[in-house]
Ligand binder design. Structure first.
Ligand code: DOR
Length: 448
């Protein structure tokens, strides 16, 4: 494989506290050297001055829909979308049809990750029915990095307690979807003034919080690692904060929509805004941002949940919950966390790279010399408006269509190869690294 050098970018690697103008040399698919004015005469030069060079993003909450709903997404289209968003590692949720509850399906999902690395998450219970535990040892041996019945909570506290015990025996975390179905009822949006105004059936914050509290108690009881998916309320943030202070082995994630949108937005009745857990109030958004800033929340994950146009082009309460998010993960984070002044760029990048990798104990999320060269190059300051045709995902259910965001991915490198490069764009190019490829550069690119 030819050597390549990314010259003169702002290299930010939160894992090693690096933030400086440096060169990055890539050889044999790995990071070979990081330093100033690296002499690499034989390497293909890529001028990235004016751009940020960071570890490829690690998205630990992605629905790839294969097997079963290939009309909405496939592993190939989902990973194609991932690298368009600068994401080089994804953890794929098992709420497929059939569910990923068998080692052969774990192997199937893992083997199909090409442009990006795919880590399968296996189900906690057979068929995600909440009754019989899956064979966690076999699933882990096949490559499962965690266990989750995401999409549903495990209703029985007894089954959840056993799941935590078995998962800890194989050294992997349980990822909890925290929503009590009895409290959710037929609700479709957050309970409050906005739901009254919209005339839509409400879901109280307590629906999430009682399950967060229960699962924290079970993690404390078993000593097993618990990761809480898509935290959305101020109460949940506080529960996790206190649990961490008490030494409970709990980590958690939130998603960009929980710090960039509120229940007030639902008044548009845009079905892309229907999501579980639902969008919360501006007070919850503030609490989520505080949780991100003080380390209570370990990671930002997209909860990329593709749904077909036919399914989403219905009344708000008839639409399935979920929004796509792989491709807007970075620009929404930059716009709402960094450009808003809530957080520094390195701190926000830590929540998209080393934070999620640590939470699930998976490789990636760093630019350490010797590791697989997974890299995102982006312009943090370009303003652009999201167009419906811009996405590579098979689905289009994004609430960010038509919104203006700041920050744009220019290039993604996965396992040492260029898997995405913006060929031309309207916003102008602040620095090199985004022109059309020359012959040498084409050699480094993967044809997809
Ligand atoms: O809104 C959601 N959609 N939340 C989930 O937990 C599951 C996801 C999906 O799979 O569509």
């Amino acid at each position: 494989m030819k050597r390549m050098i990314l010259r003169g970018g702002r290299v930010i690697d939160p894992a090693s506290n690096t933030d400086a103008t440096l060169d990055v040399l890539i050889a044999d698919g790995a990071i070979a050297e990081i330093g100033s004015s690296i002499d690499a005469a034989d390497a293909t030069e890529i001028d990235v001055s004016g751009l940020v060079v960071a570890p490829g993003l690690v998205d630990i909450h992605v629905h790839l829909r294969e097997p079963g709903r290939e009309d909405e997404e496939t592993i190939a289209s989902g990973t194609h979308a991932a690298v368009h968003g600068g994401v080089t590692t994804v953890a794929a949720m098992p709420n497929t049809e059939p569910a990923i509850d068998d080692p052969s399906w774990v192997e199937y999902v893992r083997a199909r990750g090409r442009e990006a690395t795919v880590h399968p998450i296996a189900a906690i219970t057979m068929g995600r029915e909440g009754k019989t535990l899956t064979g966690m040892a076999e699933l882990e041996a096949a490559g499962a990095v965690a266990f989750s019945d995401d999409g549903c909570s495990v209703l029985s506290a007894n089954v959840m307690r056993r799941a935590l015990e078995y998962a800890s025996m194989v050294g992997r975390p349980v990822i909890a979807h925290c929503e009590d179905p009895a409290l959710v009822g037929h609700g479709v949006m957050h309970e409050g003034l906005a739901s009254t105004r919209a005339g839509l059936r409400p879901i109280p914050a307590a629906a999430e919080e009682v399950m967060v509290a229960r699962d924290i108690i079970l993690a404390a009881d078993t000593g097993a690692r618990l990761h809480i998916a898509h935290v959305s309320t101020a109460g949940s943030v506080e529960l996790v904060r206190r649990a961490k202070a008490d030494g409970v082995p709990v980590t958690c994630e939130t998603c960009p929509h929980y710090f960039s949108l509120t229940d007030d937005d639902v008044r548009s009745y845009d079905t892309s805004l229907r999501v579980n857990p639902p969008l919360r109030t501006s007070a919850d958004v503030v609490a989520i941002m505080e949780g991100l800033a003080d380390g209570t929340i370990d990671a930002i994950a997209s909860d990329h949940a593709p749904h077909s146009l036919e399914e989403k082009q219905v009344e708000f309460d008839a639409a399935p919950p979920g929004m796509i998010g792989l491709e807007t993960l970075l620009p929404v984070t930059l716009t709402h966390l960094v450009h808003s002044g809530a957080m520094t760029l390195p701190a926000a990048l830590g929540l998209l790279t080393s934070g999620p990798a640590r939470a699930l104990d998976i490789p990636g999320g760093t630019l350490e010399v010797g590791v697989q060269a997974d890299i995102v190059v982006f312009d943090p300051n370009t303003e652009w408006t999201v167009g419906a045709d811009w996405f590579r995902s098979k689905s289009r259910n994004s609430p960010f269509v038509g919104r203006t965001l700041t920050g744009r991915v220019r290039m993604t490198i996965s396992r040492g190869r260029i898997v995405f490069e913006e060929e031309s764009h309207d916003e102008g190019c602040s620095g090199g690294g985004c022109g059309s490829g020359n012959a040498e550069r084409d050699e480094l690119a993967v044809n997809v």
